[in-house]
Every structure is written in structure tokens, then in C-alpha cells.
Design a protein around this ligand. Structure first.
Ligand SMILES: Nc1ncnc2c1ncn2[C@@H]1O[C@H](COP(=O)(O)OP(=O)(O)OP(=O)(O)O)[C@@H](O)[C@H]1O
Ligand SMILES: [Mg+2]
Length: 458
């Protein structure tokens, strides 16, 4: 079924009638008008998927209409209809952005093919835009803490240069996100962003990954392969987990960075590629240099503009924003209503120390969205592993005294839960001993354990 809308603009009523009939037979929705002004008015009301525009009309000239349409609606494809043999006009129309042109008298077959092709192209363009938006949302950087604001400012300053960037930070702190944001805001944004995870590729393969190889260079090299250096030409090469690269590979990479020239494994042709390098590491490279695991000269080559992605526990004010962002993202992804989170649950997330940083937080929220059936996520839903290892803000109980204030009853419950949990841990989960220490009945302790979801004792 063709559900596409087509706007037809031609002063010859006869042509309008016959074309409209033909296109409607194909299932298109067609609207026909007879001059440029009317066409512009229709466009303001409702944007069609395609426009067929006669160039020879009284009043406003077709080329003028085309120019205006392309200024206002650059993504609307326009097929122009011109008189026979009028090449000059057709060229002008092409320059103004017409998709293609048809000659009068119109060939039915040609018209239909062109219409279909133009609509196909528009669909692809639209899909591309949607995909791009989705990717951008996927790599959106959430957070308003001071450090996040500083990182954003640094990205804006560093991105449009050609400076090499080294990003340091614990696992899951958003290093890749920083790298992608830098690329997106750089002059190379339309060119490839090529990622190499130096930790995930076996040492014996990493050179062929980076440099590519010629057919027959080693057993298993059944065809020529282009390496990441080549693929990143005119774009950005992101060397992730560079701290895990062997010393031998480091030496070769250093040479490429110095000369911007390299050879494929097993090849002799010298290739040149122009790429900007970003590197990231969760290891302290200066320490690795001292230990003899990382080349100092390579370090200085890479570390022109340093970035530091701080751990989540040092920017807890971002936690609520991140939690709500992920709740929304995963609720939509799983076709659920957008879940909300109760204050007591948020409090627990705020107190946890997040050794896996944002990646860990993201996983926890995804799990909660999938596993919790109610629309509100409460403290009892939070996995006990997170309850157990809270980062006490004040006092050993992990209770925070200060805003956000909550009712005394909730505070008592939070205290009771934590107190029981700590006591259970101290007794390695032994119920009898814990009950004795707490001076309560075993059955009562069982009840509390169930109430607070402490079953697995951690
Ligand atoms: N500021 C942020 N806003 C939203 N999502 C984020 C943010 N920072 C990180 N994430 C998400 O957390 C996950 C981990 O981020 P990323 O892969 O960039 O971290 P990393 O430092 O490269 O981690 P690793 O060292 O494990 O490779 C990703 O899914 C990313 O989308
Ligand atoms: Mg990473």
C-alpha cells in the first residue's frame, strides 16, 4: 500500500487530472494545485512526501517556487516537469536541489518509476535521520554536577582541534561517551569513528586489526583485510583500554603516530592515513610507565589533552538524573509505562558506592524496570547487594542525617533494616545467633528478614 502524499503543481488542468488519476490508482494520496502561490499555501498546511512541479506556469515561475520550497523544506523531494528539450532549465532546477526531472509529454511508466524512486530515497533519508537521533540519544551525557559541566566545556574546547586526547577513569565512568562526544563535535564528525578495544583483541591479532593484512600473510589470512588505521582515514581512531596493549605493539603504534604511515601485515606497500587519535585507559598510565608496562614516549604522544572521568561516588548529585534517565530509557525499550522511584529507594542508591560506576547503575535500573511489576520502585525492590554495601554518610548505620528529610517511621525502618543486616553479616547469616544478639525471637527475625528482603544475607 502506498500511503505517501503527493502534491502536484501544474497549470494545465488536463495534465493534473490524468496524473492524479494514475497516481491514485497506484494508491497514492494526491492533491493538485495550479500555481506556485497555491502550492506554497498547501505546504504550510501539510507537508507531503513528494512534490511534482511544473516549471512553466503563469504567475510565479516554477524555478522560483522550487527555490523557496528548497529553502523552507530542504528534505522534501521535488521532481520538476519541464518542456521537451529544455536542458538549460533542467540544469538550473538540479542546481536548486530538484530530485530529478520529467519531460513533457509525460511518459506514464517513467513518471511512476521516478515517483517511486524519489519516495524510496526519502524513506531512506528519514530512516537515517531517525537512526542518527537514536544513536545520539544512546550516547547522550547526563549529569549536571560541576565536574560534568567542566567535562562538557572541555569537550567543546578540545573537539574542533586536531589535538590527541587521553581519557582516564575507572570502569564504567563514561570514557567512551566522552570520546564519542568529542568526535561528534569535531570537524571530523561526518567521517568514521573507529574503535579498537585493545584489551578484547588477542595480542597475536591486534596488529592485523590495526594495520590490516595482505592475503596469505599468516595462516588464516585468506583474504586482504583493511586495518583500523585505514578505516579511520579522515576520521577518529579510538584506542580503548590502551593500558592493555603489549610493549611490542606500543612500539609499532608509536611509529605510526610519528609518521602517519604504515604497512599491512605481510605487505610492503606504504600506506598513509590521516586520523585523529583518542585513547582511553582505566589504568594509571604513569604508574604503568614506572612498572615498565607502558612506553613513556607513547604516553606523551597521546596525552596532549587529558580528560578525567570521575567515579560516580564523587558526583552523587548526578545519581537522581541518571536514574530517571535510565528509568525512562528502559521503560520505553521494554514497552512498559515509565516507572518512577520512591524516595527511600533513591536514598539507598545515593548511599551506595558504585564500584562499577554508571555502567553498574544502568544495569541495576534495567533489571528493576524488567523485574519490578509495579509502577513505583521502592526500597524493598533494590537488590540486597546494593543495600548491604552502602557507603555510610554519617555514622555506621549508613543513615544520612539531613535533606531529604523523611517521616520518622521511614527513618526507623531504614535504620532497623540496616542494623539487622549488619548484625546478620557479623554472624555470617546465622539466624539463631543474630536473634540472640538482637534480643528478639527467631520467628520475629525471620519476619523482618522477609519484610526487608534480606533473604540472601548480604
Ligand atoms: N553521563 C552519562 N550519562 C548517561 N549514560 C552514561 C553516562 N556515562 C556513562 N554512561 C553509560 O554507562 C555505560 C558505560 O559508559 P562507557 O562505556 O562510556 O564507560 P567507560 O568508562 O568506557 O567504561 P569501561 O571502562 O568499562 O569501558 C554506557 O552504557 C554509557 O552509555
Ligand atoms: Mg569503555
Amino acid at each position: 500500500m502506498n500511503t505517501a502524499h503527493i502534491l502536484l503543481v501544474d497549470d494545465e488542468k488536463r495534465i493534473c487530472t490524468s496524473l492524479t488519476g494514475i497516481l491514485k490508482d497506484e494508491g497514492y494520496t494526491v492533491r493538485a494545485v495550479h500555481d506556485g502561490q497555491a502550492a506554497l499555501a498547501v505546504l504550510e498546511e501539510h507537508l507531503p512526501d513528494l512534490m511534482l512541479l511544473d516549471l512553466w506556469m503563469p504567475g510565479m515561475d516554477g524555478l522560483q517556487v522550487l527555490e523557496l520550497v528548497k529553502q523552507r523544506y530542504p528534505n522534501l523531494p521535488v521532481i520538476v516537469i519541464s518542456g521537451h528539450g529544455n536542458i538549460e532549465t533542467a540544469v538550473k532546477a538540479a542546481k536548486l536541489g530538484a530530485y530529478d526531472f520529467l519531460e513533457k509529454p509525460l511518459s506514464l511508466e517513467k513518471t511512476l518509476i521516478l515517483v517511486e524512486r524519489a519516495l524510496d530515497q526519502r524513506r531512506l533519508l528519514q530512516e537515517n535521520l531517525d537512526l542518527r537521533k537514536r544513536v545520539e540519544r544512546k550516547y547522550e551525557m547526563i549529569g549536571n554536577s560541576r565536574v560534568m559541566q567542566e567535562i562538557r566545556e572541555r569537550i567543546a574546547t578540545a573537539a574542533p582541534t586536531n589535538g590527541r586526547v587521553l581519557i582516564y577513569g575507572e570502569n564504567g565512568t563514561g570514557k567512551e561517551l566522552i570520546a564519542r562526544a568529542l568526535h561528534r563535535q569535531s570537524l571530523r564528525a561526518e567521517k568514521p569513528f573507529v574503535e579498537v578495544n585493545c584489551a578484547a583483541i588477542p595480542q597475536e591479532l591486534i596488529e592485523s586489526e590495526l594495520f590490516g593484512h595482505e592475503k596469505g600473510a599468516f595462516t588464516g589470512a585468506t583474504s586482504k583485510k583493511r586495518g583500523k588505521f585505514e578505516l579511520a582515514h579522515e576520521g577518529t581512531l579510538f584506542l580503548d583500554e590502551i593500558g592493555d596493549m603489549s610493549l611490542a605493539t606500543q612500539a609499532k603504534v608509536l611509529r605510526v603516530l610519528q609518521e602517519q604511515k604504515f604497512e599491512r601485515v605481510g605487505g610492503s606497500e606504504v600506506l598513509e592515513a590521516d586520523f585523529r587519535v583518542f585513547a582511553a585507559s582505566n589504568k594509571n598510565l604513569e604508574q604503568e610507565i614506572e612498572r615498565g608496562n607502558f612506553r613513556e614516549d607513547l604516553y606523551y604522544r597521546l596525552n596532549v589533552i587529558p580528560f578525567y572521568a570521575p567515579p560516580l561516588r564523587d558526583r552523587t548529585e548526578d545519581i537522581p538524573l541518571l536514574v530517571n534517565h535510565f528509568l525512562q530509557e528502559f521503560s520505553l525499550e521494554n514497552g512498559r509505562r515509565i516507572k518512577t522511584i520512591a524516595q527511600d529507594a533513591m536514598e539507598i542508591l545515593l548511599q551506595y558506592n558504585w564500584p562499577g560506576n554508571i555502567r553498574e547503575l544502568k544495569n541495576v535500573i534495567e533489571r528493576l524496570v524488567i523485574m519490578v511489576s509495579s509502577n513505583m520502585i521502592r526500597a524493598e525492590h533494590i537488590p540486597s547487594s546494593i543495600l548491604g554495601s552502602g557507603r555510610p554518610r554519617s555514622g555506621k548505620t549508613g543513615l544520612s542525617f539531613g535533606a531529604p528529610w523523611k517521616p520518622l517511621k521511614d527513618a526507623k525502618n531504614t535504620f532497623e533494616k540496616r542494623y539487622i543486616l549488619e548484625c546478620l553479616k557479623a554472624h555470617s547469616g546465622n539466624i539463631t545467633k543474630t536473634a540472640q544478639t538482637l534480643g528478639i525471637e527467631r520467628t520475629y527475625l525471620h519476619k523482618k528478614i522477609r519484610l526487608y528482603g534480606l533473604e540472601d544475607g548480604n
